[in-house]
Ligand binder design. Structure first.
Ligand code: UT7
Length: 328
């Protein structure tokens, strides 16, 4: 059975840096509050108009180049985003066309902050069954265009950033590296604890009062509590499946929602923070893009090397969560 291996990683963030200080232009907030609660110092926001598929395209181009692949080599595109360019169709087909491809299958997935881990699991399954050999997996988000800029929006609005990450997942016959296992979970009982409920097919447009827009809602404390517990369980599932001790894992890459969540997970396993790669201070929460952006930067900084034991874990809206164990 072939194994799925991440061959090339790419990332793209818009050049516009928005600091915590900048957010004071429309929120009653402070750098001290944002940094101490979340670990975020700044994030990237697009200049409008912008396109999530286009952000994904920039990241995909780099991932393909680093994997030594051309667009024609791709057998399947998996695009994870909660902020697509259109209500439908999804960004996958837009990226496929942008890459100059004719009929390559493109699949959009809506697993929010867990999108990359879910997407990696999909790529792994297609590759292990022998159906496809090369899967392009992209996580991309533009969140600055729909966050709530009114005073009530400050708790959620300060957390999110724009960006994209992409990986080329390829079949390999080498059995000393690649994706060893993925572990997926969800719990729809908590769907409304972190959501953007509109636009919705459940509501007729002309019946909506006032402006018709997207407005995120998050029960921050409840989400935080679940995130720590569920990411811990997902990591434990990966450790158990591989028979690994927490200490022997070289690098943990967790979805970047809040550095305090990562600290709580590290404490639960009795691990030093040095085992966890974090860059939330630069980008905020980029949802489906956060893990591939971390992989890109960890590799660039020499913190992710061939042969390393790596665990990825994510938690987000749905609730959805999951993990992956891999040898880099
Ligand atoms: O990616 C998906 C997963 N998302 C997450 O995992 C996020 C999980 N949740 C969190 O990270 C945290 O709950 C937050 C960072 C969102 C909030 O931290 P918190 O410690 O739970 O703060 P809080 O919501 O309880 O608010 C504390 C205070 C409140 O004031 P009072 O009622 O104590 O007077 C808020 O009104 O902080 C106030 N506040 C703010 N103050 C300044 C809320 N937002 C802000 C703000 N600036 N931006």
């Amino acid at each position: 059975m072939p194994r799925a291996v991440i061959q090339g990683v790419g990332m793209y963030v818009p050049p516009r840096v928005v600091t915590n200080e900048d957010l004071k232009a429309f929120y009653d907030t402070s750098d001290e509050w944002i940094y101490s609660r979340s670990g975020i110092k700044e994030r990237r926001w697009v200049e409008e108009p912008a396109s999530t598929a286009e952000l994904g395209y920039f990241a995909a181009q780099e991932a393909l180049a680093r994997a030594g692949k051309r667009p024609e080599d791709i057998d399947l595109i998996v695009f994870a985003t909660l902020s697509p360019d259109m209500y439908f169709p999804g960004c996958g087909v837009l990226l496929q066309h942008r890459l100059g491809l004719e009929t390559t299958p493109a699949l959009d997935i809506r697993q929010q902050c867990s999108g990359f881990v879910y997407g990696l699991s999909i790529a792994q399954q297609y590759i292990e069954t022998g159906r496809y050999r090369t899967v392009l997996l992209v996580g991309a988000e533009i969140q600055s265009t729909w966050i709530d800029y009114s005073p009530e929006g400050r708790t959620v609005g300060v957390l999110f950033g724009d960006g994209a990450g992409a990986v080329v997942v390829e079949a390999t016959e080498e059995l000393d590296r690649g994706v060893l296992s993925t572990h997926l979970f969800s719990q729809g009982a908590y769907a409304r604890e972190l959501c953007v409920a509109e636009p919705s097919s459940a509501t007729r447009r002309h019946e909506l009062p006032g402006s018709y827009g997207m407005r995120p809602y998050m029960n921050g404390k409840e989400v935080f509590r679940h995130a720590v517990q569920r990411m811990g369980q997902a990591i434990q599932a990966a450790l158990s499946a591989q028979g690994w001790n927490p200490e022997e894992v070289d690098l943990y890459v967790l979805h970047q929602a809040n550095v305090r969540i990562v600290e709580a997970v590290a404490e639960f396993f009795g691990l030093p923070m040095a085992k966890f790669f974090n860059n939330i201070h630069k980008y905020g929460n980029t949802t489906s893009a956060s893990i591939p952006i971390c992989l890109y930067e960890a590799q660039a900084e020499g913190k992710l090397k061939r042969g390393d034991k790596v665990i990825l874990a994510a938690f987000g809206s749905g609730f959805t969560w999951g993990s992956a164990a891999l040898i880099w």
